[in-house]
Every structure is written in structure tokens, then in C-alpha cells.
Design a protein around this ligand. Sequence first.
Ligand code: GMT
Length: 378
Amino acid sequence: MKIGITCYPTYGGSGVVATELGIELAARGHQVHFITYQQPFRLTGREVGIYFHEVAVTTYPLFQYPPYDLALASRMAEVAEFYGLDLLHVHYAIPHSVSALLARQMLAAKGIRLPFITTLHGTDITLVGQDPGYLPITRFGIEQSDGVTSISAHLKEETERSFGIKREIEVIRNFVNCDVYTPDEAKRRELRPRYATENEKLLVHLSNFRRVKRVEDVVEVFARVAQQLPAKLMLIGDGPDRSIAEALALRHGIQSRIHFLGKQDTVQELLPVGDLMLMPSQMESFGLAALEGMACGMPCIATRVGGVPELVEDGVNGLLYAVGDVEGMAAGAVSILGDDARFAAMRTAARKTAQDKFCTSRIIPLYERYYERVLAGA
Ligand code: GMT
């Protein structure tokens, strides 16, 4: 198939999922065209079967807000016509589903068929999409899509509840390439000494440091863990709340125990080095970062929110707590890390969950079948 993919290329989990999906589809022989304002950050530009089409947004003194949505719709229609795309797959409903709808209409006027699929990721439904200024148009974009997928059952239910949407929504959960994200022992031996000594445990948090991630809870949990056992914390990512985390680390006097690594392109090289993942988010429709960590053999201490329980099984491959329960999360972390047998069992279970339920080899065919169904029905 010839598939056009649109996403936010530089920021957030939806862009990561869209990019990884494109890479996997191209590896399976499909032709993939990314139509985005910048090359997605996990692409090198040299992948076979992947093409990148930049959306240039022309500005003009009259435009206080340059119309990106229109430039995107226009580019979608051009690329689809030029390359004979079979369908568009847009990630994050706002504004991508509406731009795709316009592109479909532009081509229909020329007698060209261009169905589009919208994948819902999270804040497009639970946060931004709830804004009264965006809700009606978001609902319209979802209803008009030829296919809609959701990255968790929780998000599907939330979409039906909060938007009153009755149409069919297919749940296709997020995925990880278990050959790339793997408990790489060689990498662990090589890199771990940089971040922790042999007798220290290494806790890891990976996010875009937005409010919803509750990065201050990561530091609070770690401060408590570090009082009870030798440990270090690796913080991967960057964003608005990094300064808050730094200030809190200073207040606790644990700044020398924390590695702030900033944004990293190849997290698959870092994750095998860690022991335990922390994801104390206010909300996660899925929690891709936890899945990537689990595939590398890290159990996850997380909050019982959104779609997280579809991934983290309490007491098996991680532990779940109420939002803000830093005492509980710290006690849970110490109990896992202080018990070698339990820790080893949870490491194995975390990896097994990723392999058995969320591996690309399981999930990508679901997308392919869904594309075929939509194409057959469009
Ligand atoms: O919160 C983020 O990391 C960004 C956001 C996005 O849409 O870019 O992430 C959402 O999509 C991810 C990929 O499907 C999910 O793993 C995250 O759980 C989800 N974030 C929230 O629901 C807050």
C-alpha cells in the first residue's frame, strides 16, 4: 500500500508511534509518505521506502495566525495525487483529521478517492479536545474519518463518553520493536558504569516533562528511595517542568545522584542500563515510555490512570498507585529493588508482557488489516 502519515514530528508520544509505525510498514514493503512540518525526529531520512514531504507554512503580515491546517490539507492532497496514495493515516485528531477531511474533499472534486484514518492518542481527547473552542470540530473530524483507531480501550471509552461518539472505534494498542528495545547485556555492561556503581540501583524516568507527567513526584519518590538504599536516577527528556525537578533535587540535596540527560534520540541504548521505571503521571492514555522500558526489562512503578492498567499488571510486571502517592510508590520501589528474587521475576515479566502483547510483529498486522478493511469499505 501507499500510505501517507501525518503527525506532530518533534514532540510527544503520538509522533513516536506514528514514526515507528511508518518505519515498520516500510520494512514490510509498503510505501510510506510522511507529510509533516519537519522530518520526524526518529527518522534518519535514509530509510528505504520512506519519503518525507515538508509542509511549508507561508506567512503574511495579515496573518496573525498562519493557517497551518490549510497548508497541511493542501500538501496532503498534492502528495496523494502525485504518488497515488491509497490512504492517509493521521495521528492526533487536532487538527490533522480536519486537514485530511479537506484533502479528501479536494481530491473527490477531481474524482480521486482518498480515505483517511484518524488515530486518537490521548490529550487530543482528554485535554485539548475538551476545550469548548475545539470540541465541535474535533468531534466532526472524528465522525467524518473513514476509520478511527484508539491506542487503548480506556481512550476509546473516554472518546465515546466525552464526545458522545457512536461510530465504531478500533482499539489498536501501542507497540514496541522488541528486537530494538531489548535487555541488551553488552550495552548494559558498557554504559552502566557511567550512571551507577555496581551496588547502586538505577531508576529511570522518560517523558517530555510536561505538567501531566508529574516529574516532581519522580524526584520525591527517588528522594525517599535514596534514603533507604544506594541509588541513582536517570531523567531522560526535557520540557517545561525540568526546572521544577532541578529545584526540588537541590532542595532534597540529591542533585549529584540525578543524571539529567535532556532529549535523547536513541533511548533504546539507554533503557537497558536501568533497573526500574517511574511513571507517576496524572493521566496516560497508554504510557508508551513504560512499554519501551518494559521491553528493555524494567518493571514499572506507575499510577493507576487511563490505559496504564492495560499495560502494567499490578504485582506482576510493576506496581500501580493512586496519583500523588509518593510514599506508596517509594515503598513499592524499595520492596522490589531490595528483593533480588522478586526483582528478577518482575524484570522477566516486564519483558514478557512487551513481547507477548505489544510487539510490532503482533500489532503492525492489525493496522494492515484495518487499512484493508477501510479501503474495502471506502
Ligand atoms: O503526553 C505525551 O507524551 C504526548 C501525547 C501525544 O499525544 O503526543 O501522548 C499520548 O500518546 C502517547 C502515544 O500514543 C501515549 O503513550 C500517552 O499515554 C499519551 N499521553 C497522555 O494521554 C497524557
